[in-house]
Design a protein around this ligand. Structure first.
Ligand SMILES: Nc1ncnc2c1ncn2[C@@H]1O[C@H](COP(=O)(O)OP(=O)(O)OP(=O)(O)O)[C@@H](O)[C@H]1O
Length: 427
């Protein structure tokens, strides 16, 4: 039997000898004396087509007459089936993420997948805060075919901000997030929407295959005139206090959020300000000033912060809040499904707020709301308001000392003067 008979290429599958594999499951193939070894990355039990279990790496040997000819033919067929697969990927590993979890995820899951796919790895193990930001903001002589963050949302946020600071066109480089942090909201939201497992192997697999999905980016204008990109969330009120206030408990992993939530519920406070939004159907107002030759992130315009909002905006009646946050993605960590209807590229901001009072009843109701975050059923409660909008403006009252987090990182505005935040989507 010659090599041509050893390989039969069809639309979605390739047969080697007496074995048949979907192209999408094959990461690589190498020849040895008596045959070829096929490296596969499959969903357990069901091949590449279904199931939500974590993908697994395995290899299989198949005896063939002309191993090197068969290996080259299969490689060429796989390449043709995945034309966007990158040759080189920049990988950021934050060794401090998730109390050291990221380094293990890189060694055990990410590196073996990228290596098996024959992808060159430019590895940056961050040694301090802002290193990923500076590396991306510095630009690339030879831009990588993809960037994979092995860490948490904070490291991913540094990469996004760095790319935007350098040149918003760099956002065209595919980004991946291998969950190595504490919250891993981005990886979890992608897995939730795609019906996949939230795992390092899955994230590396999609980067290796060049499989992408568009993701909206929010443009946040702060009172000091700065503009910050956001892919995940804008937190204010109790959630910001829980998230930022538990930073010193990072060593506890996920448990830090539970402890901080209990403390905040026991010492419930009011958060004062005004919240206005541009309803989802008012799309034109945000998009009409986009110029055709620049990216939407840079060109989207909102009413200046010093100016009143047009009539098409809706002002929320309440002026004291407990919960008030905006989501671009469904999750804010692995188990908090705050915006169950959010899709990666729906062009909408999902606002969630409650405006109860203080005291025991309010605390118990809020505790019940937070328990329901796990499966997203909080949106069925009458005390929880959820709105899909195109843009919103948050103006904390002058006396309000609430913290503001963008993608989980604290941003301090010049709160003494005019603490306003103007936020829009740039899908
Ligand atoms: N070597 C390092 N030592 C300490 N901090 C670092 C280092 N490298 C990066 N950082 C900083 O660590 C911060 C937190 O990292 P990251 O968000 O990845 O992990 P996490 O907080 O555990 O996860 P999550 O944000 O998903 O909850 C980042 O904002 C980054 O600036």
């Amino acid at each position: 039997m010659n090599s041509l008979h050893d390989v039969v290429v069809e639309r979605d599958v390739v047969s080697i000898g007496d074995k048949t594999y979907p192209f999408l499951d094959i990461l690589g193939v190498r020849s040895y004396t008596k045959g070829v070894e096929v490296v596969l990355c499959e969903k357990p039990g069901v091949g590449c087509m279904g199931g939500s279990g974590e993908r697994r790496l395995r290899s299989e040997k198949v005896a063939v007459e002309d191993p090197s000819a068969v290996a080259s033919e299969v490689r060429a067929a796989v390449k043709a089936a995945t034309p966007n697969a990158p040759n080189r990927v920049l990988v950021f590993v934050n060794p401090s993420s998730g109390t050291g979890r990221a380094s293990k995820v890189y060694q055990r899951s990410v590196k073996p997948v990228l290596r098996a796919a024959g992808i060159e790895i430019d590895l940056v193990v961050t040694s301090r805060e802002n290193e990923a930001f500076e590396k991306c903001a510095g630009g690339f002589d030879d831009p990588p075919g993809g960037i994979l963050v092995v860490g948490g949302d904070g490291t991913l946020s540094e990469v996004v901000r760095g790319l935007v600071a350098r040149d918003a066109d760099l956002l065209a480089i595919p980004l991946g997030h291998a969950p190595g942090g504490t919250g891993n909201a981005c990886a979890q939201s992608i897995a939730h929407q795609c019906g996949d497992a939230c795992s390092g192997v899955d994230a590396a697999y999609y980067v290796a295959k060049g499989t992408t999905r568009p993701l909206d980016l929010l443009r946040v204008e702060l009172a000091d005139g700065s503009v910050v990109p956001s892919f995940l969330s804008i937190e204010w009120a109790i959630i910001a206090d829980i998230d930022l206030g538990s930073d010193s408990l990072r060593c506890l992993g996920d448990a830090r959020f539970t402890l901080a939530a209990i403390y905040r519920l026991l010492c419930l406070r009011k958060y004062c300000g005004t919240l206005s939004y541009l309803p989802e159907e008012e799309e034109e107002e945000v998009s009409r000033e986009k110029t055709p030759d620049s990216t939407s992130f840079c060109s989207t315009r909102l009413p200046p912060l010093a100016e009143p909002l047009p009539d098409s905006w809706v002002q929320v009646e309440a002026t004291t809040f407990q919960l008030a946050m905006a989501l671009n993605l469904s999750h804010i960590d692995a188990t908090t499904l705050l915006a169950p209807r959010a899709r990666l590229d729906d062009g909408a901001i999902h606002l969630v707020w409650t405006a109860e009072g203080t005291g025991c009843c309010a605390a118990l109701n809020l505790a019940d709301t937070m328990i329901k975050f796990e499966d997203g059923t909080h949106i069925d409660k009458t005390s929880v308001n959820t709105i899909k909008c195109r843009a919103f403006r948050l103006v904390p009252s002058r006396a309000d000392t609430s913290r503001l987090a963008i993608d989980g990182e604290e941003f301090r505005g010049p709160s003494a003067s005019s603490p306003r935040h103007n936020i829009t989507t740039a899908p």
